[in-house]
Design a protein around this ligand. Structure first.
Ligand code: CU
Length: 293
């Protein structure tokens, strides 16, 4: 088959598919902000990683996009723990995904969402969704684990910042300055660019040096960034200080900033349940204002 015919057939196939289903046509565009990959060799039962990352904690409303990067292998992303789960596939199901295909799903409700691959049922992953949020003066702040992040239960938590005191168009680039304070001392600072105002930032406690990577989706820049490091691995009160320092290429007229509290703990012992719950209430409802810095 020569290349001209191949391309013609491919284009005809795409047009036929797009015409058949508008939902499928929409999925030609990546809307997801948080990426999970099926890496080369993911099909192999002995693979170290099937879905990467295998377990994530995200705020409600996040759109996750899965990519099949496994050469020559088809996979699925199917809700449920496996075929023994009577409701498997009811929350979401990608259908067969060829190499290079992607599937996206928006998580609109809190809960735990295990999923698996119908072709290789040993491939399992999990998404935990939280609807906890804190309303600051300038941002709504959501965390995949709520205000207490127990990293023995969740290895990572995705944070979302949504500006609420300014309007940002979907195609408008915004620069955030994020500072993370640990017990009141600056432990991290970085600049992050995003389109449309919302910033997704994942915190990953590790035993390694501080590392920043992302965005997951870079064209356009709508994807999540990731910050990992040992500085996140202490039993400590953390503050995430968010500021918008640029809209397009100029600083905003008024300073836009908020502080949000995140308690990071290595475990959540039952003995301290009551005092910590009181702390959650205080953290949720007492977002401190930076105001004019
Ligand atoms: Cu598979």
């Amino acid at each position: 088959m020569n290349l001209g015919i191949t391309v013609t057939l491919l284009v005809a196939g795409i047009i036929a598919t797009a015409g058949a289903s508008s939902a499928y046509a929409q999925d030609q565009v990546i809307r997801g902000t948080y990426a999970i990959r099926m890496p080369p060799g993911a099909f192999d039962q002995n693979s170290a990683v099937f879905y990467d990352p295998p377990a994530s904690a995200i705020p409600v409303g996040t759109t996750v996009v899965w990519f099949n990067d496994d050469p020559g292998q088809m996979h699925t992303v199917t809700s449920g723990t496996g075929f023994e789960d009577a409701n498997y596939g009811s929350a979401f199901d990608s259908g067969f995904m060829n190499e290079g295909a992607f599937f996206q799903h928006t998580f609109d409700a809190a809960g735990e969402f295990p999923y698996f691959c119908q072709l290789h049922p040993w491939m399992v992953g999990k998404i935990t969704v939280s609807d906890a949020f804190e309303q600051g003066h300038n941002f709504k702040f959501s965390s995949g684990t709520g205000p207490v992040f127990d990293f023995s239960k969740n290895e990572r938590t995705l944070l979302r910042l949504e500006p609420t005191s300014i309007e940002v168009d979907e195609d408008e680039p915004v620069t955030y300055k994020i500072t993370i304070l640990k017990n009141g001392e600056e432990a991290f600072s970085g600049d992050f660019r995003s389109l449309g105002g919302d910033l997704y930032l994942e915190l990953i406690p590790t035993d390694t040096d501080t590392r920043v990577y992302g965005p997951d989706i870079s064209d356009p820049i709508i994807g999540a960034y990731h910050v990992e490091g040992s500085f996140l691995k202490d039993n400590a009160a953390y503050t995430v200080r968010a500021e918008i320092t640029q809209i397009f290429d100029r600083p905003p007229e008024d300073q836009i900033g908020d502080d949000f509290g995140v308690q990071i703990v290595p475990e959540f012992p039952l003995g301290i349940l009551l005092p910590v719950v009181a702390g959650i209430g205080a953290t949720i409802f007492a977002g401190r204002r930076l105001g004019k810095l």
